[in-house]
Design a protein around this ligand. Structure first.
Ligand code: C2E
Ligand code: CA
Ligand code: CA
Ligand code: CA
Length: 283
């Protein structure tokens, strides 16, 4: 019910038909693998560590495979990047997420005074395409979503690739009122000096630091340093991969603003995410 196209049949406007068109061929590699491949979006809660409440979700795409069930994006995002499928797919995920925001708003399931936000991943390819700005604008317009309810996550390495183009792209998105997050922060081996040049709101510390705090003491110190750096730049931090109560306590102790990870919840389908909002759990 969630999916309104089947790319296996190359429905008009589906990501698959789009990629077929671009590559000027009758069948895409995914279709020739006979994958009837509608996608679905899962939502993983992001928790405010001060209040302990859910403030929003990250949208994570899954592939509904007829035999294999839910396929993780780890298995197809790289291929989707290579083939260019990621552009229409990413746009579809954005559209789904925006429609979900409207559903939650209409059920009055926003949280407290601040609006519920959904963070959507923007691929390197989408980020490099100037048309993405218009497309994102269009989705906001068509779904009626307030840009302040949307966040976009861009990985550190993508932003670092072409600093000037990235700065321009980020400013455009920022001007629309969309929140901007640097994803997988700490894995890009980049100089930190670039950070203040970009209109970034949130750093998402990669889970490799957070979930391995127990193994290596310096990981906690790294996260602490990132939180301090972010603060001095007027940014906030999301700790990804919070898996234990101890890690949650440590993230709170160093003043990290938000947490995400299996300790709170795995990514959920839209129904389960809605049920979670209704319960409004406190951590
Ligand atoms: P990501 O953006 O870093 O997303 C977080 C990943 O960490 C998700 O994996 C999530 O399920 C997983 N995760 C969350 N909490 C924990 C935890 O406590 N422990 C562990 N071990 N893992 C945790 P997922 O859903 O498999 O997604 C993998 C990657 O695929 C994402 O990493 C993102 O880079 C990419 N991806 C997912 N959806 C999209 C999308 O719509 N567009 C694009 N471009 N990329 C996407
Ligand atoms: Ca992400
Ligand atoms: Ca991440
Ligand atoms: Ca990641």
């Amino acid at each position: 019910p969630i999916v309104d196209f089947a790319c296996g049949t190359a429905a008009e406007n589906s990501p698959m038909s789009e990629i077929d068109r671009r590559l000027d061929r009758p069948k895409s590699p995914l279709t020739t693998l006979k994958l009837e491949c509608p996608f679905t979006v899962y939502y993983q809660p992001i928790v405010c560590l001060k209040s302990g409440s859910v403030i929003g979700f990250e949208a994570l795409v899954r592939w509904l495979h007829p035999e294999r069930g839910l396929v993780s994006p780890m298995e197809f995002i790289a291929m989707a990047e290579e083939t260019g499928l990621i552009t229409p797919l990413g746009l579809w995920v954005l559209n789904e997420s925006c429609r979900q925001i409207i559903k939650w708003q209409s059920l009055n399931l926003s949280v407290g005074n601040s609006p519920l936000t959904v963070a959507v991943n923007l691929s390197g390819r989408q980020f490099a395409e100037p048309e993405s700005i218009e497309q994102i604008k269009q989705v906001l317009l068509e779904t009626g979503v307030d840009a302040r309810c949307l966040k976009l996550e861009i990985t550190e390495s993508v932003v670092m690739e072409d600093g000037e183009a990235a700065a321009a792209m980020l400013s455009h998105l920022r001007d629309l009122g969309i929140g901007l997050c640097i994803d997988d922060f700490g894995t890009g081996y980049s100089s930190l000096s670039y950070l203040h040049k970009f209109p970034i709101n949130i750093l998402k510390v990669d889970r490799s630091f957070v979930s391995r705090i127990g193994e290596r003491g310096e990981n906690l110190e790294i996260v602490r340093a990132i939180v301090m750096l972010a603060r001095s730049l007027g940014m906030e931090v999301v700790a990804e991969g919070v898996e234990t109560a101890t890690q949650l306590a440590q993230m709170r102790a160093i003043g990290c603003e938000y947490g995400q990870g299996y300790f709170f919840s795995k990514p959920l389908d839209s129904e389960a995410a809605t049920a979670l909002l209704r319960r409004s759990p406190k951590w």
